[in-house]
Design a protein around this ligand. Structure first.
Ligand code: MSP
Length: 648
């Protein structure tokens, strides 16, 4: 592989309406591994990640929390950035779609596409899903109403809109897929995209007038009620981050080597994105890699079930690099993966502990006992050529696998040399050889093992950067582009060194370290460490303060109340919580409060619950109440408080 190569690697930019979960960590860790590998083999590399901050969904999330969208986006964007910093993610740029340069770049793209005749103005009427920020044709809706992607209710939106002539790109897109068999990986996903595009493409609405939180049209359009469609805005990040539309500073990194995404956003990346690029006369990415979906213990993860895998929690409990290895080894890229602690523990104890960690321990033990820690590799080829050949054969296969996104196969193949080493010890029995005074052979065996460990560490470095650097330290070298060339490219051997004892790399994990909260039994869950000390907490799941603050609690004033005649339990309330208009709340309190009792009183409202429907009526909040044998009473402020005040 040539070294003048430039590698640009991207992740999706993450929406700021949620905190990072295992899905985000997975994409980012794959991208980080590719970027580290590219750097190690001497390529000029640019790795981009960031946050997607515009659109109706974000505007509404901010509003629910009583915040301005920018302040809200700042807060959540920082949680992503902090996590990646704590995870040592080696990004070169963290882009935010609210960055000024990005907005300028998006406007420039709009103007360019318009000049080319690819943008026109018309009216749009369609079924819109706010959650997916997408229009769907009626034929794709579930039960004529619900979003085919996320299942939420869609609404009919009629607006004036600018359109992108996507239909004009159908043939060019098909030609691209045809002529570039690896443009979308895995290949099965490329076939899905081809079938979709062959079915016909409609022009794409690329502006909205129903909300404000987005990039405005360029001034010369004189059309201030439009903001850009969030996907046009977001996709452009991949080039605005390189200076498109401003200083073009890093545009020589374009086209991207690999753009990593999840399978749910393939359509945007494999159809809209290349069409936009063609319209801008920019080259198309080399590979778009779509990975699968993570579940937990076989179940779909969701906030309401409380079973979302928090990457920080897993990394804290099991070690960041073990977690990285697990994610990349466990699932074939493109397939869905299941997170279970059992599977993670098996990988740590078996692949990492037994195969890799123990091999190093065996080497430290043998070289310490027989040679005062000295390891010489110069006679390896004289005695163990067959083993060396097998190792080199495996290593030669590895090179293309990473960038073809066959990451689990890469790791599988990388374990073969380890098995060659472990088997060689069992076969040649150094303790017997020493008894027979076969010193040179024993030393060469140690040299073989050290060489294998060194080569494997180099090739594993991108995935487990610190661990492998520790192994290298024990073996008296450092992993860097020079040692890569020496030991991998030029097949050189390790120079003589004195082995350094290091603490065990992968202490055995004997039991699950995170207490699983069974979704249906949340009230029974316990947190291992805390519950023993704190009897009172036994039987209650402990949460961190950030989890508590995810609930937005507000002082509300009931400004409208009526009884739901068909229900014994429900009151229909209008509760002012300091927003533009009162929230409609359907409350199950009729047995204890009449409409009159509650009208014009203050209550405490959970303000960021997903809206629900009760007897066909939308409910946009929940009142806090306490119920015991005597009945139910509402929780209210002790003194009147300003409507909309946050409770904390
Ligand atoms: N903002 C858009 C991307 C714009 S890129 C120009 C977006 N953001 S997202 O935060 O909702 O999702 C980001 C990524 O997380 C997607 O690639 C998505 O596939 C991935 N995942 C979300 N849940 C996931 C799992 N449960 N498992 C694996 N990945 C998942 O979409």
């Amino acid at each position: 592989m040539s070294c003048h190569f430039k590698s640009y690697i991207t992740t999706p930019i993450y929406y700021v309406n949620d905190i990072a979960h295992i899905g985000h960590a997975y994409t980012t860790i794959i991208a980080d591994s590719l970027a580290r590998y590219a750097r190690l083999i001497g390529q000029e590399t640019f790795f981009l990640t960031g946050t997607d901050e515009h659109g109706q969904k974000i505007e509404e999330s901010a509003k629910l929390r009583g915040k301005e969208p920018q302040a809200y986006a700042d807060e959540i964007s920082a949680t992503f950035k902090n996590l990646w910093d704590d995870f040592d993610i080696s990004y070169d740029k963290f882009i935010r779609t609210t960055d000024k340069d990005h907005k300028i770049g998006v406007q420039k793209a709009f103007t360019t596409m318009h000049k080319r005749g690819d943008i026109y103005k018309d009216k749009y009427k369609g079924h819109y899903c706010i959650s997916c920020e997408t229009f769907f044709p009626k034929t794709q809706l579930v039960d004529d109403e619900f979003c085919p992607e996320c299942g939420k209710s869609t609404s009919i939106v009629e607006e004036e809109s600018y359109f992108f002539r996507l239909s004009a790109y159908q043939d060019k897109l098909l030609a691209w897929y045809e002529n570039n068999p690896d443009c979308i990986l895995p290949k099965s996903k490329r076939n899905e995209v081809i079938r979709f595009v062959e079915g016909g493409l409609e022009d794409l609405s690329i502006t909205r007038t129903s909300f404000d939180w987005g990039v405005k049209l360029p001034d010369d359009f004189n059309d201030s009620k439009h903001v850009m469609y969030v996907w046009l805005d977001a996709l452009m990040n991949y080039v605005t981050a390189l200076g498109y539309g401003t200083d073009d500073k890093n545009m020589d990194f374009w086209p991207a080597r690999v753009q990593l995404i999840g399978k749910d956003i393939l359509r945007f990346h494999a159809i809209y994105w290349p069409a936009f690029l063609m319209s801008l006369d920019l080259p198309l990415p080399k590979h778009i890699g779509a990975h699968g979906w993570w579940t937990r213990n076989g179940e779909k993860m969701s906030k309401s079930k409380g079973n979302v895998v928090n990457p920080r929690e897993v990394a804290d409990a099991y070690g960041l690099e073990n977690f990285r290895y697990f994610m990349l080894r466990e699932v074939p890229f493109g397939g869905d993966g299941d997170f279970s602690q059992k599977a993670l523990i098996d990988r740590i104890n078996s692949d990492l502990g037994n195969d890799l960690g123990n091999l190093l321990n065996r080497l430290i033990g043998m070289s310490g006992k027989y040679f005062d820690g000295r390891v010489e590799s110069d006679k390896v080829a004289n005695h163990y050529q067959a083993e060396l050949n097998e190792v080199n054969e495996s290593l030669a296969k590895l090179e293309p696998m990473l960038f073809e996104l066959q990451i689990h196969r890469y790791l599988e193949e990388l374990w073969r040399p380890l098995s060659v080493a472990n088997k060689a010890i069992d076969k040649y029995q150094p303790w017997t050889m020493m008894k027979e005074d076969r010193i040179e052979e024993t030393m060469a065996l140690n040299g073989l093992i050290a060489t294998i460990l060194a080569k494997v560490s180099i090739m594993l470095h991108a995935i487990m950067p610190k661990t492998t650097q520790n192994i290298a330290m024990a073996l008296g070298f450092e992993i860097n582009p020079e040692s890569f060339v020496k030991l991998i490219r030029n097949d050189e051997i390790l120079e003589t060194f004195i082995i350094e004892k290091i603490p065990p790399l992968f202490p055995r994990v004997e039991e699950e370290l995170i207490v699983e909260i069974k979704p249906e039994k949340v009230e029974k869950a316990t947190v291992k460490k805390e519950s023993k000390k704190e009897d009172k907490n036994e039987g209650v799941a402990l949460i961190g303060i950030d989890q508590f603050f995810q609930t937005s609690l507000k002082i509300g004033t009931v400004v409208g109340a009526e009884e739901v005649s068909k229900s014994k339990k429900l009151l229909l309330l209008q509760v002012d919580i300091g927003e533009d208009k009162p929230r409609q709340v359907v409350a199950g309190i009729k047995e204890w409060y009449s409409a009159q009792d509650i009208l014009n009183t203050q209550v405490c409202v959970v303000a960021n619950l997903q809206p629900a429907k009760l007897m066909g009526m939308k409910s946009e909040g929940m009142l806090l109440a306490a119920k015991d044998a005597d009945g139910l009473c509402l929780i209210r402020p002790e003194k009147p408080k300003t409507t909309g005040t946050s409770i904390s």
